[in-house]
Design a protein around this ligand. Structure first.
Ligand code: SAM
Length: 265
């Protein structure tokens, strides 16, 4: 039988379908999430319900967002689940998470074994709703978790690190080998917990400016910021802000990026 067939479903590459089948890993993820009865749990990409079923046992109700129509129907037909889940058959990248927040009247606890092809844009989409989210547990490519937690002065520190660390406290949870999935992906995976700050350590007045600044800086990460940020700041302005114009994008802290974003006119 093809290694792409799992529980009678042919795994679709375009939806990043790698299904978890390792009971130990599944239990470890659910233990990390610690779902409680009255909480507003939301799963992105429930697939064949490897995480959905154990989480649903802990809660009164669970909302799931699944793009694959066949999988969405299977979830609704599953007698273990259909009495307590709401299936939102949609692309999570375009879903307005305010709707779930309003429905539940409480902060959301989001989790999922994310399709790797969209995990970074999906996290950026979720950051827009950070004030409506209590926490997020995600399975990602290990390399993405390394970038999420990277500190300045390292090759892994980039735009994702700055933007994620601006919004969230980030805690790596566990590493997961390819053999825990069917079909097995080519890369190692890891679970990470992101907790949006209630009180951010640094605040920017306009997030779009921080976003533009980090894009311009890291798009030319080998250049010094006097060059890469020359469309936004003069050498004198950088010096006045106590930021050395000869630094490169990877040398600036999140605090310095926030300082620059607030100084831009
Ligand atoms: N949660 C399951 C597991 O752990 O076995 C499946 C994980 S699989 C890596 C990713 C899941 O996300 C699939 O069910 C896939 O159909 C779904 N998916 C892919 N792109 C999506 C999107 N844009 N919005 C919502 N779900 C998506």
């Amino acid at each position: 039988m093809s290694n792409r067939v799992h529980q009678g479903h042919f795994a679709r590459k375009r939806f990043g379908q790698n299904f978890l089948h390792d009971e130990f890993i599944i239990e470890s993820i659910v233990a990390a999430i610690q779902p409680k009865a009255e909480q507003a749990l939301v799963e992105i990409g429930p697939g064949l319900a490897a995480l959905t079923i154990p989480v649903s046992k802990c809660v009164e109700h669970l909302s799931v967002i699944e793009i694959d129509r066949d999988l969405a129907s299977r979830l609704l037909e599953n007698p273990l689940l259909n009495h307590k889940i709401t299936v939102i058959e949609q692309d999570a990248l375009t879903y307005d998470f305010n709707q779930l927040y309003t429905q539940h009247g409480k902060s959301l606890r989001v989790f999922g074994n994310l399709p790797y092809n969209i995990s970074t844009p999906l996290m950026f989409h979720l950051f827009k709703f950070a004030d409506k989210i209590a926490d997020m547990h995600f399975m990602l490519q290990k390399e993405v978790v390394t970038r999420l937690v990277a500190a300045p002065n390292s090759k892994d520190y980039g735009r994702l690190s700055v933007m994620a660390q601006y919004y969230c406290q980030i805690i790596p949870v566990l590493e997961v080998p390819p053999t825990s999935f069917k079909p097995a992906p080519k890369v190692d995976s890891a679970v990470v917990k992101l907790i949006p700050y209630k009180n951010k350590p640094y605040i920017v007045n306009d997030i779009k400016i921080l976003s533009r600044l980090t894009t311009e800086a890291f798009n030319q990460r080998r250049k010094t910021i006097r060059n890469s940020l020359s469309n936004m700041f003069t050498i004198e302005q950088l010096t006045e802000l106590n930021i050395d114009p000869n630094l490169r994008a990877e040398n600036l802290t999140v605090e310095q990026y926030c300082l620059l974003a607030n100084a831009w006119k």
